[in-house]
Design a protein around this ligand. Structure first.
Ligand code: DPP
Ligand code: ZN
Length: 871
């Protein structure tokens, strides 16, 4: 497979102004006629350039240019090259494709008997020959015909302009999208679907029809998505001044989908897991996911669709910005501190691990083999952190002016990350050239903290050192511009006034670290202050900041920054778990450090904010603990964390029980914030109670399982029971749950995950049994993620079994999926690529399984990931 480089970017030889598509839908042989209105691109004046159209898995039937048959072309591996075209032409191609055979779920395929499409990044070339690149923007007119009884609903982008009956029980519709768009935003749907409908009036008073298309049995699961959509539309008007631009906004739910959702112009297509939710079958977390993904795709209408990417190296231009926007939206709907904590927790485990591994890449990569491999946490989450830092550096009003300028200046264009940052530099007058390194340099910067108090001068000197470790292909790293938000705490944990060089800065400020090492001298301090650094996680860095247990405890209870309260608690827990890991490694008896016990005692007495308390009571995940070590002892981490959890559960059993009872509201389910928080805290307590493996706790979980009127409580109880050491505890509940929910694919996903995340030796056997369960299918990405993904990513101690059987199971699945769905296979294999920090025994086993995969004939997707991991 060949590598594509950013430096080789050239504009296309031709532009396409208008596309007329005629798609005659049949399961095995769909016929696609495309008429492209082409003209030479003035940006490519070289005479006689051929037109190179992309095409994949297409059977070509005919080609005409300006109405006459055309033969001056060659079929190539990746498409078709047409020579000696006039400067303007109408090119008509007829091809045949087979949606029923399409298991890659890119292009036009079948899901649940419906036709649907996924074109980002390069799926459109599986529908017809085209300039399938985001810098070619065309107006689309799409005619769809199909069997009227089986596919009564036929949708595409834009407005419906014509429909009618045809012979032989078929019918047709015609859609026209007035906005020029790249092909990756094209969508088409055909099926027996039903709509939940609503309406939104935009800020200028236009009425927009909102339609959510689902299968009939899911109609009752649609309201939350529509409510979320209206909130998002309103929010984008208020916060970013962005109004919706078509008369209709449609969302379609499909069961088989590689991604979470897709922002096609006027016709979003969603993974049903990210759009359907009702309280009986969906957890609070699922409700939250629906709200945030609906908002994310809606926000793309401006950050992505109206202003799009010049090439796929710019992917973070739309994704980083849009994730930042959806995070802002969620923070405005819920607790801002808790939202931040959850986003950072994901970033610091999964993205930091990516940045430290063989697939590390800059937020703006320089090369790729398969672009599908770059829909990563780095492009999305780290990309969002970069935009967040820009907003922090500029201040919101200036950032907003930059955003306005960006949308105004580049509306209808395909642009670059430089274009975006240039708008921010222009409105702020700041020089952002050093800041651009965030886009170019891979790897997580490390920040080392030194502090010095001078009682005679009454000054406190804070020194920060930054360093970014080398990553594959990038050994040499330059210092970044790192915004560090901070406060200084007094002995009671109160914020002290900040005075730098005689200037009073209030209680909190943002300092800009630009050099490898830099110092700041704070004045007029009567005693050594405790710096509260990196408040709100103001930059995506690792903070090496040694503090005493007393200092951490002070921050945990008193810091005015919610994020840093949580962070101090995590650090206390990491220290205690580290001590246990060392005891375990040295064969000593385990002894939980009293500082963590006192921290829990303090937390359990103070429950002002139950949502926050639920976060504070969570121990760091095994994945995050592993992130702290250059050489990971997977077994010791598991044993240490489990020991800490059980000790705390036993020590504070009564307090957990009292909290459980207090927040077990005994009221019918509602989505009110108080109830969400109560469920969250109650179920956190339940998990601790059951960790003691006491009969009373099991009975409590059993009761909750039986009596719950909502999925959050039911699944929490099921998980508590099914994760008990004695596998018999969960058997009855698992069977009852299966009986009750076997018809609901999304709930069955949770049922699969719960079983394979059991932290005991039998988890892998369960996985093997469940692969033959009738509800499981390797062809459905949600099922693959629920079973194999969950086992490999959320059950580290079992995935990394010493005998290597976990690795072998993953490799087998990757080899099978490589044929069916390369995109999902390349995702699934990632845990095997994280071998650098494992012990030699496991490292060798992981590499051997990677090698076994490498010995197969591979898709470019899997090849790219595996070859990097073996390099
Ligand atoms: N649909 C994916 C997303 O919204 C890719 N654009 O992130
Ligand atoms: Zn997106």
């Amino acid at each position: 497979p060949s590598t594509i480089h950013l430096k080789d970017y050239l504009p296309p030889a031709f532009l396409i102004d208008q596309v007329e598509l005629d798609v005659d839908l049949h399961l095995e042989n769909t016929r696609v006629v495309s008429r492209l209105h082409l003209r030479r691109n003035p940006q490519r004046p070289e005479p006689g350039l051929p037109l190179e159209l992309h095409g994949q898995e297409l059977t070509l039937h005919s080609i005409q240019v300006n109405g006459a048959p055309f033969s001056d072309y060659q079929l190539t591996e990746s498409g078709i090259t047409l020579h000696h075209l006039p400067d303007q032409a109408v090119l008509e191609t007829q091809v045949e494709i087979s949606p029923a055979q399409n298991t890659a779920l890119e292009g036009l395929y079948i899901s649940g008997g419906h036709f649907c499409t996924q074109c980002e990044a390069e799926g459109f070339r599986r529908i017809t020959y085209y300039l399938d690149r985001p810098d070619v923007l065309a107006r689309f007119r799409t005619r769809i015909s199909a069997d009227a009884a089986r596919y009564p609903v036929l949708l595409s982008n834009g407005n419906l302009i014509e429909q009618g009956q045809l012979e032989g029980g078929r019918h047709f519709v015609c859609w026209e999208d007035p906005f020029p768009k790249p092909a990756y935003l094209f969508a088409l749907v055909g099926g027996q679907l039903h709509a939940v409908k609503d309406q939104f009036t935009t800020l200028s008073g236009r009425k927009v029809a909102l339609e959510l298309w689902v299968e009939e049995e899911n109609l009752h699961k649609g309201q939350h998505a529509l409510t979320s959509l209206k909130k998002a539309m309103q929010w984008d008007e208020t916060v970013y001044g962005r109004e919706y631009d078509l008369d209709i906004y449609m969302i379609v739910a499909v069961n088989d989908f590689n991604m979470g959702a897709m922002e096609n112009k006027g016709l979003n297509i969603f993974n049903s897991a990210c759009v359907l939710a009702d309280p009986k079958s969906a957890t609070d977390r699922a409700f939250h996911r629906v709200e945030s993904v609906v908002a994310h795709e809606y926000f793309h209408n401006w950050s992505g669709n109206r202003v799009t990417c010049r090439d796929w190296f710019q992917l973070s231009l739309k994704e980083g910005f849009t994730v930042f926007r959806d995070q802002q939206f969620s923070a405005d709907q819920h607790s801002a501190a808790v939202e931040r904590i959850q986003n950072v927790a994901l970033l610091r485990t999964a993205q930091f691990a990516e940045d430290a591994g063989p697939t590390a890449h800059p937020v703006r990569p320089e090369s790729y083999i398969e672009i599908n491999n770059f829909y990563t946490l780095t492009i999305y989450e780290k990309g969002a952190e970069i935009v967040r830092m820009l907003a922090e550096l500029l201040g919101w009003p200036t950032f907003r002016r930059g955003s306005d300028l960006y949308f105004e200046r580049f509306d209808g264009q395909a642009v670059t990350i430089e274009d975006f940052v240039a708008c921010m530099a222009e409105v702020s007058g700041q020089d952002l050239s050093q800041f651009m390194r965030w886009y170019h340099q891979a790897g997580t910067p490390q920040l080392r903290v030194e502090r010095h108090y001078d009682p005679a001068a009454r000054t406190f000197t804070l020194t920060l050192h930054q360093q970014t470790p080398p990553t594959p292909g990038q050994s040499d790293k330059q210092p970044l511009l790192i915004p560090v938000k901070l406060g200084l705490l007094d002995a009671q944990g109160q914020d002290l006034p900040l005075i730098l060089k005689g200037e009073a800065l209030g209680d909190e400020t943002v300092i800009h670290l630009r050099e490898a090492s830099q110092s700041w001298v704070f004045e007029q301090l009567d005693a050594a202050p405790l710096p509260s650094l990196l408040r709100g996680f103001s930059a995506p860095v690792k903070l090496d900041y040694p503090r005493t247990d007393a200092e951490l405890a002070l921050q945990l209870t008193q810091d005015s920054d919610g994020f840093n309260r949580w962070e101090a608690g995590q650090k206390l827990a990491l220290n205690a778990i580290d001590a246990l890991i060392q005891q375990q490694q040295q064969g000593q008896d385990l002894q939980l450090h009293p500082s963590l016990v006192s921290a829990f005692a303090a937390l359990l007495q103070d429950h002002q904010d139950p949502m926050m308390l639920a976060e504070l009571l969570q121990l760091p995940s095994e994945a995050y603990i592993a992130e702290q070590y250059a050489c990971v002892d997977i077994d010791a981490i598991h044993i240490a964390r489990d020991y800490a959890r059980k000790m705390l559960a036993t020590r504070f059993y009564d307090a957990f029980l009292a909290l459980y009872q207090r927040f077990d509201l005994q009221a019918p389910w509602s989505a009110e914030p108080e109830q969400l928080a109560a469920r969250q805290l109650k179920n956190t307590c339940l998990a601790y109670l059951v960790a003691t493996e006491s009969e009373a706790a099991f009975t409590l979980a059993q009761q909750q399982f039986e009596q719950a009127d909502n999925m959050t409580d039911q699944l929490a109880a099921l998980t508590a029971l099914a994760h008990a050491e004695d596998p018999a505890q969960g058997q009855a509940a698992l069977r009852a749950f299966e009986q009750r929910w076997q018809q609901d694919a999304l709930v069955m996903d949770s049922w699969f995950s719960v079983q394979v995340t059991r932290p005991y030796a039998d988890a892998l056997d369960r996985l093997h049994q469940l692969k033959t369960h009738p509800a499981f299918s390797m062809k459905n990405p949600n099922k693959v993620r629920a079973l194999l993904g969950a086992f490999c990513q959320q059950n580290p101690s079992r995935f990394h079994r010493r005998d290597g059987a976990g690795y072998a199971a993953l490799a087998d699945a990757v080899i099978e999926l490589n044929q069916l769905n390369p995109q999902i296979a390349a995702r699934l294999v990632l845990p095997l690529t994280r071998h650098q920090r494992m012990d030699d025994h496991r490292k060798a086993q992981m590499k051997a399984e990677l090698q076994r995969i490498q010995d197969q004939p591979l898709s470019p997707d899997v090849y790219e990931v595996v070859s990097k991991a073996l390099a």
